[in-house]
Design a protein around this ligand. Sequence first.
Ligand code: CA
Length: 231
Amino acid sequence: MGESMNKRILLVEDEPGLVLTLTDRLRSEGYTLEYASDGVEGFERATRETFDLLILDLMLPYKSGLDLCRDLRQRGVLTPVLILTALGQMTDKVVGLKLGADDYVTKPFEMPELLARVEALLRRATVVTPPSNIYQFGTVRVDFQQALVERDGQMIDLSTLEFRLLEYFIHNRGLTLPRDELLNEVWGYNAIVSTRTVDVHIAWLRQKLETHPRHPRYILTVHGTGYKFAG
Ligand code: CA
């Protein structure tokens, strides 16, 4: 029991009865148990706080367990995920595993089975400590904590400015970012540089990160406006 003492689990489940049963039992095993009752709250907590394991129900208000799992993985949250699925949701199980879940338990489940799976996932996670603050797109891996970028397993040498530019792109992925905004946010309001400077740095960044810099897949040009990150 000693090992479970400092493990934090987030349960995202909307059935009050099941929340009660699970929290009681897992707490009595020595785990620290937190819970969220819908998918949106679950996403907020799982991205803002650190957990050792996430237990997600599939049918949740606002955001399903599958969407939640996918969004968390896209955000770079690598916490192990155990999915609770109802009988007959076979397709959901398969989809869940594809979207980055690590295991699932079918409802109604026997408590010993659930506990065994929880333990197994926590053990696995202890061996391979999930890196925090990592973002991955294609074969590029960005470590924000250490400010390191790898592509195909090779370290990529980025200038501080290039790294900040990439960071800004990742935090605002999917949004069209005008050159002016990039200048203000990355170079700073007082920088005396022209928007042309942005284009030059984008070209360098593409050279370093894109497989085909002339036909970029991630750092896209939005004609007449600016750029958009699609990683
Ligand atoms: Ca439910």
